[in-house]
Design a protein around this ligand. Structure first.
Ligand code: GDP
Ligand code: MN
Length: 397
């Protein structure tokens, strides 16, 4: 589950990681109030106004702006709230901004060359260990750094039994070219960042930039935090941070009815039981010249109600030109699934306007095929994988 920058920073701060101070606002008037408060707390009259959307590269898209007085806070917040922010990480339509973060300006004037670093904590799947990835080249696209100057990206792997050791934190600070107070601050920053990562059950922290201020403080200016959804049950307070407005509406609905659905860009909807078969089916669709419109695992109980729910979800995607149902009937018998498909189809009346190909294999597959073939509905049955692929190809042609 992805979080907004302000939420990520809240979590970091709760573990003692120094972050740029700020507060979220939903209206220009609220933004002004927040800015006034921040000025009282920090003494700075300059603020950055930052669009809160689940996408990076906001700076490039005009979603991060400096305000030098309260009038500018109000004006800029007014411009950013409600805009459709387009960044290199969004679609061409952009993402609607509902909230802005008002943060203290930490790039002090006269700071000729602010020191921006890159730092992330994530799992290295090849070694099965968490690692800290960091670079002197912060503030820009890490992908560009990786391409052009890969030697400027360092990694530090952590032994899960020992956790991050003090010498490792010092190594990070050293490789970032720091000394004196900044060096000490960085070792503290890295240690508490790693602690926060583990304790919050996150799967990604990406802090870009980490800033060294002119008075040698080290702080997180940005925060991308991804939480491991499988561990959310033990973090009720984090679970409440979910912002459904940022998520794909069809996926949100699928989750509500307990379907394992991922929206994709293709034209063939698929309904499958089991994640492995679902992936094989997506390959099948590709080999037939189509593109899967979704990944959908209906799970173990493919009865009429579930099949109908799955149909409804798949049909919300306007790009769907055909639906391929590929179900292996083991515990759930094929004839019951077939009956479910027929009942769901009848229930939905005119809602289904695209051809449907059903492949049912396993217990009572022959009865199931008969049921489908005799239903009088625009549903085609297939027995073999290749046959299903050919039928998909035929309906797409
Ligand atoms: P992103 O573009 O979505 O990654 O958003 P960031 O939070 O990283 O902000 C983009 C850029 O805005 C940063 O790289 C900084 O250069 C700049 N920025 C962020 N905070 C401040 C600030 O307090 N003062 C100034 N002057 N610039 C800032
Ligand atoms: Mn950033």
């Amino acid at each position: 589950m992805n979080l907004h920058e302000y939420q990520g920073k809240e979590i970091l701060a709760s573990f003692g990681v120094r972050v740029q101070r700020g507060k979220v606002a939903s209206t220009p008037a609220e933004a002004v109030e927040v800015a006034k408060q921040l000025t009282e707390e920090t003494g700075t009259g300059w603020h950055v106004i930052k669009a809160q959307v689940h996408a990076g590269g906001r700076g490039k898209g005009g979603g991060v702006k400096l305000a030098k007085n309260l009038q500018e806070v109000e004006d800029i917040a007014g411009q950013i709230i409600g805009m459709d922010l387009v960044t290199p990480q969004t679609s061409a339509e952009g993402k609607r901004v509902h909230q802005v973060l008002i943060a203290e300006d930490v790039y002090y004037p006269g700071d000729s060359e602010p020191n921006e670093f890159y730092m992330s904590v994530l799992l290295n799947r090849a070694t099965g260990r968490n690692m800290i990835m960091y670079s002197t080249e912060g503030g820009m696209d890490i992908e560009t750094v990786a391409e052009e100057t890969p030697h400027l990206i360092f990694t530090e792997e952590v032994d899960p039994a020992q956790g991050l050791l003090p010498f490792q934190a010092r190594k990070v600070a050293f490789n970032l070219g720091l000394s004196g107070t900044a060096f000490k601050e960085m070792t503290r920053f890295v240690s508490s960042l790693y602690k926060a990562y583990v304790a919050s059950d996150s799967s990604l922290f990406e802090i870009n930039p980490v800033l060294k201020t002119s008075d040698d403080k080290i702080m997180a200016v940005d925060a991308k935090v991804t939480l491991d959804e499988n561990a959310l049950f033990r973090h009720k307070d984090y679970a409440a941070m979910r912002d459904l407005r940022e998520e794909n509406p069809i996926e949100v609905e699928a989750k509500e009815v307990g379907l394992n659905y991922v929206d994709l860009d293709g034209n063939v909807g698929c309904m499958v039981n089991g994640a492995g078969l679902a992936m094989a089916t997506m390959d099948l669709i590709k080999m037939a010249g189509g593109e899967p419109a979704n990944f959908l695992d209906v799970g173990g109980t493919a009865d009429a109600k579930r099949v109908e729910e799955a149909f409804r979800i798949i049909l919300k995607d306007e790009n769907v030109k055909a639906i391929l149902i590929n179900i292996f009937g083991g515990i759930v018998r094929c004839d019951r699934v077939a009956q479910g498909v027929v009942d769901a189809y009848k229930n939905m009346g005119d809602a289904i306007k695209v051809p449907i190909i059903v492949r049912l294999q396993g217990t009572n597959a022959d009865i199931a095929k008969e049921l489908i073939d005799n239903s009088g509905l625009a549903v085609e049955s297939a027995v073999e994988f290749q046959e299903a692929a050919d039928k998909v190809q035929a309906v797409l042609a």
